[in-house]
Design a protein around this ligand. Structure first.
Ligand SMILES: *Cc1c(COP(=O)(O)O)cnc(C)c1O
Length: 377
């Protein structure tokens, strides 16, 4: 019996009983205390090393005078800016406390006990969590094999084949985390042609701003054609606002209206709203940050390949890299040198580590640490 004398496990809903909490990686607060400011290269969470537009800081300082007020529960100003950007109506937008919140709520609203939710085997970890928390069954469709141009990426044919009569929701990530891989517009059009209209498709575009492959395309322009299509975006990555927790979904207005029923009225805070509006007004900052990331991503990939490591193709701000059976030990040794990466054993990829592309100094530090570990302490 437990210390409390109460079996909380049994009191929890059936979906929750089988769940393991999302693994956020290392205790960074403790590591920052140990290595000091600037002593740590934080390359484990796909954050943007360049930070947000300077306009964000000004907007937040201005918002400080109204901390006693609730934020705008409708997020009207931000929605108007987003609607204009994407060519949709404000009623087609749903704001979230990060897109993570919305990804969880899609399953809560549209799946549940008796339903199933499908995603690719190496899709973002939140999808399985969302399915199971809702009480639905999770179906993992096989990914492309390791020896494939899109190694371990989404095989849209396999995902379509995995859709069962009970499947209410499919989660795709384009580009995907943790693989970094993507799929092209033609493959997606063929996929949508096979999905039954009562099965909703969520396309998580957390890294869309960082994708520049010629065959990459956002799914947002297809929403008018497919009422069962939902696209999510975030301000956490390219816009560098991870701390403020702000994301959004674009879909048919009738679908959004159903989602609004479970949204907490003040789920997006006033600082987040002000910051996102300001960030959207600085297109040049966004462009420069993405361009720098793409350049450093390709340079880091080359440097790692030169050292003999397998690097997966990436359209994101991170690289999935094969280090072989030494991966787990290597990751610990790097932490001892103040370089934090993300282990991949939880994804069933124990031979890989996920490396966020940092700024020039952080990437140099990573390579130096890797060379140091290789040559012994
Ligand atoms: C980082 C990330 C998110 C964004 O999460 P937020 O809650 O918006 O910070 C969503 N999906 C994927 C695939 C991600 O990597």
């Amino acid at each position: 019996m437990s210390a409390s004398g109460i079996d909380f496990e049994r009191l929890a809903g059936s979906g929750i009983r089988k769940l393991r909490a999302y693994d956020p990686g290392h205790d960074l607060v403790a590591l920052r205390r140990r290595f000091g400011v600037g002593g740590l290269a934080e390359l484990g969470s796909n954050e943007n090393p360049y930070g947000p537009s300077p306009r964000v800081r000004e907007a937040i300082l201005a918002a400080l005078d109204d901390l006693h007020r609730y934020p705008d529960p409708l997020g009207g100003d931000l929605k108007r800016i987003l609607a204009a950007k994407h060519g949709v109506a404000s009623a087609q937008l749903l704001l979230g406390n990060g897109s993570h919140e919305l990804l969880m709520q899609f399953a809560q609203v549209f799946a549940g006990p008796g339903a199933s939710v499908a995603a690719s085997q190496y899709g973002f970890a939140v999808y399985a969590l969302a399915a199971q928390a809702s009480g639905a069954d999770f179906i993992a469709a096989p990914a492309f094999p390791r020896r494939h141009a899109m190694a371990r990426g989404h095989d849209l044919d396999a995902i379509a084949d995995a859709i069962a009569p009970s499947t209410r929701l499919v989660y795709l990530a384009n580009p995907n985390n943790p693989t970094g891989t993507w799929y092209g517009a033609a493959a997606f059009a063929a996929f949508m042609g096979k999905v039954p209209e009562n099965t909703l498709v969520v396309v998580d575009e957390a890294y869309a701003e960082l994708a520049d492959a010629p065959d990459y395309a956002s799914a947002i322009p297809l929403i008018g054609r497919y009422p069962n299509l939902i696209v999510t975006r975030t301000f956490s990555k390219a816009y560098a606002l991870a701390a403020l927790r702000i994301g959004y979904a674009v879909a048919h207005a009738e679908l959004i209206a159903v989602m609004e029923r479970v949204r907490e009225s003040f789920n997006v805070n006033a600082m987040g709203l002000a910051a996102a509006e300001a960030a959207m007004g600085d297109a040049e900052h966004l462009r420069a940050g993405c361009a720098a990331n793409i350049e450093r991503r390709d340079a880091l990939a080359r440097a790692l390949r030169d050292r003999g490591h397998g690097v997966y193709p990436s359209q994101t701000n991170f690289l999935l890299v094969e280090f072989g059976p030494r991966s787990v030990a290597l990751e610990s040794e790097l932490v001892e040198r103040g370089v934090v990466l993300r282990p991949m054993a939880g994804y069933g990829l124990p031979e890989c580590l996920r490396i966020t592309v940092g700024d020039a100094a952080e990437n140099a530090r990573l390579l130096q640490a890797l060379d140091g570990v290789r040559n012994g302490p």
